[in-house]
Design a protein around this ligand. Structure first.
Ligand SMILES: CC(C)(COP(=O)(O)OP(=O)(O)OC[C@H]1O[C@@H](n2cnc3c(N)ncnc32)[C@H](O)[C@@H]1OP(=O)(O)O)[C@@H](O)C(=O)NCCC(=O)NCCS
Length: 202
């Protein structure tokens, strides 16, 4: 029996279907999660040009609107081919784009992917990201049938570590000098969440 045959019927069906990321819309109590569109460029630039938000990011801060436009165009292509998923976090109350979260580096054979996220500084401390990530993790484990979600963060990024641990992620590893961003060398803390643990947590 192959490993695939050991999966449930639901898991097999989910994996063989196109993911159709371009059309994905998720809802939480206070947020709508949806793909980024051209009109998000200004709000996106505000997020990615803020040194407080970008302190531990894997790239330097953005300087111009063209970088936002390029990311949105990249997303449209990447999500049309289901290569990765990025959703904007839109506050239902005022339609403000607060941040973004993504699933990327999919490995279909091992049913795993990596998670990333960032949010405007003004939106920190209200539980928006926890609300969004809870829904995205649920989507990943149920509809995408993933078995494992990984995260690679700067060990100094306490807020991000807190976000992951609150979802049940465990710190599993430490890689030295894995990143060089704008000349600054930094380490990686690797986190993982298994579907089995998530069921226990959830
Ligand atoms: C990582 C990041 C999204 C976390 O932001 P955050 O505001 O701490 O996360 P949340 O939106 O989930 O809010 C959690 C906080 O809101 C509080 N909170 C208030 N109301 C809440 C509610 N209704 N529900 C849950 N939490 C609530 C929590 O107590 C918590 O605060 P605490 O950490 O002081 O205890 C943010 O720091 C960020 O964008 N950083 C820059 C990008 C980055 O580094 N990303 C990680 C690399 S992948």
């Amino acid at each position: 029996m192959t490993k695939l045959n050991l999966l449930s019927q639901h898991e097999q069906t989910t994996m063989s279907n196109p993911r159709n990321f371009s059309a994905l819309q998720l809802q939480t109590e206070r947020l709508q999660l949806r793909p980024l569109v051209e009109s998000d460029a200004t709000a996106l630039l505000e997020i990615f040009s803020d040194p407080r938000v970008m302190r531990y990011w894997s790239t330097g801060t953005w300087q111009s609107i063209s970088e936002a436009e390029a990311l949105i165009a990249r997303d449209q292509a990447g999500m049309a081919s289901d290569e990765y998923l990025r959703l904007g976090l839109v506050r239902q109350q005022d339609s403000q784009l607060l941040g973004h979260c993504c699933l990327f580096n999919f490995n279909d054979q091992c049913r795993r992917a990596e998670i990333g996220y960032g949010m405007a500084y003004s939106a920190w401390g209200h539980g928006y990201m926890h609300e969004a990530l809870t829904r995205v993790v649920e989507y990943a484990f149920t509809e995408l049938a993933l078995n494992r979600i990984e995260a690679d963060i700067d060990p100094r990024n306490e807020r991000s570590a807190h976000s992951l641990e609150r979802l049940g992620f465990q710190r599993e590893g430490f890689l030295r000098e894995r990143w060089i961003v704008d000349g600054e060398v930094s380490d990686s803390a690797l986190y993982g969440l298994l579907k089995a643990e998530w069921r226990v947590e959830g």
